[in-house]
Design a protein around this ligand. Structure first.
Ligand code: KG4
Ligand code: ZN
Length: 356
């Protein structure tokens, strides 16, 4: 058996500094004992990328460089701790935009080296899942988690802290990506999720039938079909000179996506026989998804967990939390690299003690 790492400061609390920079949020948090958030500073670039209708990778990297030092300082200040009191540093190493990830990694490596403190690499999806541990201090694995964001749509069997098995994944677009593309087609702006969520409340979810893709014997998703179907509906309605009722389109599209997400999540829960389901990722902020998953869990007699909206989208606290639990098994050294694509399965296998 692998020898476990031990980290403990002299006051009996473990303070983790978590850094997240995989996409368009520069975020740094200080978390005590894995679940107590002392600070969680999020500097969002959304307003800058709005003009382009999506995240521009080169701009994202530059903005992370400009923001990172100020965000670290603000997180320490709000937590009222000094850098020397930090016990370990957690950082997102992937998946994400390489240039953006490298900014967070460089900052984390520098702090870890200067303080001579452990550096713990965190998988971005592992971070999203961990947001549930912050929201629910009593929650423990195993459970099944639906992780849906702008870059990912996965159903994950969370067997224990840091030990994950993918039960289903998208074969094309991520759920959040589909929200963003439909929003763009309706000229509702970026990011699409929050605005479609709002508009859908005013619309009829049964007004238009958009397709829901199922795969036999697989919990995989496909959202490109529903996206194309919405785009065709918009083009055909325009060509006929008929009025497009955006609220109905939003509500019907959202229903198609939410139905399939919840259906597969419940099938996964059934397969594992776990009595707990969780949501995670930016799309988990969706009000219809939260409601539908909660109702399905209630009907099945299982427990339902979801982070507050602020913990669903990218943030440093979820990374610090994941790092806290990974710290016994995982370390990296100054050669830690960023990965644009990397599986959540077997993260510990990528890193071992010799890397330190
Ligand atoms: O997790 P996240 O902040 O970044 C990634 O890791 O991708 O997720 C961002 C995604 C975007 O696609 C955004 O449109 C979507 O989450 N999103 C939502 C909602 N809020 C954010 N999707 C549906 N409904 C929402 N309320
Ligand atoms: Zn994310």
């Amino acid at each position: 058996m692998k020898e476990a790492f031990a980290v403990m400061d002299n006051k009996g609390h473990i303070l983790t500094l978590g850094i997240e920079s995989s996409c368009d949020e520069t975020s740094v948090a200080i978390v005590a004992d894995g679940r107590i958030v002392l600070s969680n500073i999020i500097s969002s670039q959304i307003e800058i990328h709005k003009a382009f209708g999506g995240v521009v990778p080169e701009i994202a990297s530059r903005k992370h460089v400009e923001a990172i030092i100020g965000v670290i300082d603000a997180a320490l200040k709000e937590a009222n701790v000094s850098l020397s009191e930090i016990d370990q540093i957690g950082v997102t190493f992937g998946p994400g935009l390489i240039g953006a990830l490298l900014v967070g990694l460089s900052a984390a490596k520098t702090i870890a080296f200067a303080l001579n403190k452990p550096l713990i690499p965190v998988h971005h999806i592992e971070g999203h899942i961990s947001a549930n541990f912050i929201e629910y201090p009593e929650l423990k694995p195993p459970f099944v988690c639906l992780v849906a964001s702008g870059g990912h749509s996965h159903i994950v069997d969370c067997r224990s802290y840091g030990d994950f098995r993918i039960m289903g994944r998208t074969r094309d677009d991520a759920a959040g990506e589909a929200f963003d593309k439909i929003s763009r087609a309706l000229e509702l702006g970026y990011p699409g999720g929050p605005v479609i969520d709002r508009m859908a409340k005013e619309g009829n979810p049964h007004a238009i039938q958009f397709p829901k893709v199922h795969f036999n014997d697989s919990l995989d998703f496909s959202f490109s079909g529903v996206k194309t179907s919405v785009l065709n509906y918009l083009n055909n309605t325009k060509a006929r000179g008929e009025e497009i009722i955006s609220a109905d389109v939003c509500a019907s599209f959202q229903r198609a996506v939410v139905d399939i997400l919840v259906e597969n999540l419940m099938k996964a829960a059934d397969k594992t026989c776990y009595k707990k389901i969780c949501l995670a990722g930016g799309v988990a902020a969706n009000s219809a998804l939260r409601k539908a998953a909660e109702e399905a869990a209630l009907k099945a007699g299982i427990e339902f967990y979801r982070p507050s909206p602020i913990l669903c989208t990218d943030n440093g606290a979820m990374i610090a939390c994941a790092a806290h639990y990974a710290s016994k098994e995982r370390r990296a050294g100054s050669n830690l690299n960023a990965f644009a694509n990397v599986s959540i399965e077997n993260i510990d296998g990528l890193f071992n003690k010799s890397a330190n």
